[in-house]
Write a protein that binds this ligand. Structure first.
Ligand code: SAM
Length: 505
């Protein structure tokens, strides 16, 4: 086929799901990614783009629907970039997530897996999030319906989610079913108030405008609801005007915070947070533990499933207790955030050392130890980059870890951190991952000294293709030299072509 594609129509059967949420089909020798398709569909598709070595298509007409098809609940489905699997039954979502984890680890990562436990799903596939972040924009994204009917958007001042692939256009959200429904009422009231007052909505190209972001964090368990407004101009009177308007209407809001961000980028975690009313944090509960979370700290966004995820970590920790012992001596909790995992498993450990980049999260971690009335002498939290802090010197001062728990962000562990783990050689590593492709890369790097004895995927994000995976690693009796391996033979975790080929088998 020529470098540029002449769009065409064809009928295909969708045979699998790719890790980015699209369905996968074959056309001649090509892998075709089909947007909003469900594996099992037979459909007429419009192939409109070449992407690396693959084709991209959208559905024109479903000839035979998949038995796994479901009616999406959300009116924004298809236009919004989130919840791409809402048109698939929840059982099928879980099946594909399990398959995705195993495929990526075994076929791309070439990791030998021991016991593969079934994915832990949820009973609450909607309203599960404790955090949502909306953006204001003066450029509205047209919905699929509006595009189909060639309609323009009447109102450009919108508040919602960035359109997929755009950094300046926002899809106006009327109802999102991922959080408590009161959040929809509050967000819509904020937008209506701002339009009536003729306040400016942010322009992400010109970098002008008053209103930038609106963040909600809440806990169903503690009943707290934090609202945080991010503004591009330092105008406390206007902020107060809006907050007073909301306070009179929404008693559910327990704290009002705001940040002035005049930077060109929208990252606000490095900026001072101002409190109008309430506390500068909210409290979340996972299992028996309470956690104080400040607005700039990372915290798991699906608390019900987070408790189950941490439960898996705890099971694995329990399973590798030295004989005759009820506690491990020393555990390192890497990428510790607000100390949540270490605290959750603390009754199985004598001492825990948590390491985390964000200083405010480390302060929260200390606060959480006190909040749960745990003995502070059993904990140590260090703020800084793991590349610098995880070292031989740390082990010599604090002790060598019996077990390391690691929970890195989506990009996985830095190669230096992996090297340090290989040097420290704890008896076991428990690796919690939110991106199986980077976990596969890291497990491969660790495989000279570690074998994977158990894995358990956990579904933290229903209706998306995202999946979390916990792996239990055991140190080998001696170093393994991989047959035929050349040092430096790296896996590219972002290769969607490889992912598609692997998923096709
Ligand atoms: C996926 S979160 C996990 C947090 C925590 N374990 C939990 O369950 O809530 C990853 C955390 O790693 C931190 N982080 C990212 N890069 C880091 C680095 N290079 N060194 C230390 N911490 C880092 C982030 O700030 C974030 O809190």
């Amino acid at each position: 086929m020529a470098r540029r594609l002449n769009p065409f129509r064809t009928e295909v059967e969708l045979i699998d799901a790719a890790s980015d949420g699209r369905a996968v089909a074959r056309h001649q020798d090509w892998v075709v990614f089909v947007e909003h398709g469900v594996p099992g569909d037979v459909a007429e598709v419009y192939v409109y783009r070449k992407q690396k070595k693959n084709l991209v298509a959208r559905i024109d007409r479903i000839v035979t629907p998949s038995p796994d098809r479901a009616e999406p609940r959300c009116a924004h489905f298809g236009s919004c970039g989130g919840c791409k699997w809402q048109n698939m039954t929840y059982d099928a979502q879980l099946r594909f997530k399990q398959k995705q984890v195993v495929n990526i680890l075994t076929r791309i990562g070439k990791v030998e897996l021991g016991e593969i436990e079934p994915i832990l799903g949820t009973e609450s596939a909607y309203g599960y999030r404790n955090k949502l972040e909306f953006s204001f924009s003066n450029k509205a994204w047209r919905t699929r319906e509006q595009m189909r009917h060639d309609q323009e958007v009447d109102e450009q001042r919108v508040l919602g989610f960035y359109a997929p692939g755009f950094y300046d256009k926002v899809l106006d959200i009327d109802a999102c079913h991922l959080m408590d429904p009161v959040v929809n009422d509050i967000r819509n009231a904020v937008r209506a108030f701002a339009r009536a007052e003729d306040w400016t909505f942010y322009d992400n190209r010109a970098h002008t405008g008053f209103l930038r972001n609106l963040v909600f964090r809440s806990s169903a368990a503690t009943g707290e609801l934090m609202l945080m407004l991010i503004v591009g101009e330092d105008d406390p009177e206007k902020v107060e005007q809006l907050f007073a308007h909301l306070e009179a209407r929404f008693p559910a809001i327990t704290s009002y915070l705001w940040i002035h961000n005049e930077k060109l980028n929208s990252t606000y975690t490095d900026l001072p947070v101002r409190t109008w009313k309430g506390t500068p944090y909210y409290t979340e509960q996972l299992g028996d533990f309470r956690y104080r979370v400040r607005p700039v700290s990372f915290f798991q966004t699906n608390p019900r499933q987070a408790a189950r995820l941490y439960g898996v970590v705890k099971d694995y920790l329990q399973a590798v207790l030295p004989e005759g012992k009820s506690r491990h001596g020393l555990v390192y909790d890497l990428y510790a955030g607000t100390g949540s995992i270490g605290i959750f498993v603390s009754d199985l450990v004598e001492r825990i050392i948590g390491i985390e980049y964000v200083a405010a999260a480390v302060e929260d971690a200390w606060e959480n130890v006190r909040l749960n009335e745990l003995d502070e002498n059993r904990f140590r939290f260090l703020a800084g980059d793991l590349k610098d802090l995880l070292s031989e010197e740390l082990a010599q001062t604090e002790g060598y870890p019996d077990v390391v728990i690691t929970d890195p962000p989506r990009q996985g562990m830095d190669a230096k951190v992996v090297d340090r783990l290989l040097a420290l050689k704890p008896a076991h590593i428990i690796y919690v991952s939110c991106k199986p492709a980077t976990q596969a890369r890291d497990l491969d790097l660790l495989s000279s000294w570690y074998e994977v004895v158990r894995i358990r995927p956990v579904d933290m994000f229903p209706h998306t293709a995202h999946v979390e995976n916990v792996a239990l690693l055991r140190r080998r009796a001696q170093q393994r030299i991989k047959p035929g391996s050349q040092s430096g033979e790296a896996i590219n975790p972002d290769s969607s072509h490889d992912a598609a080929q692997a998923s096709l088998g």
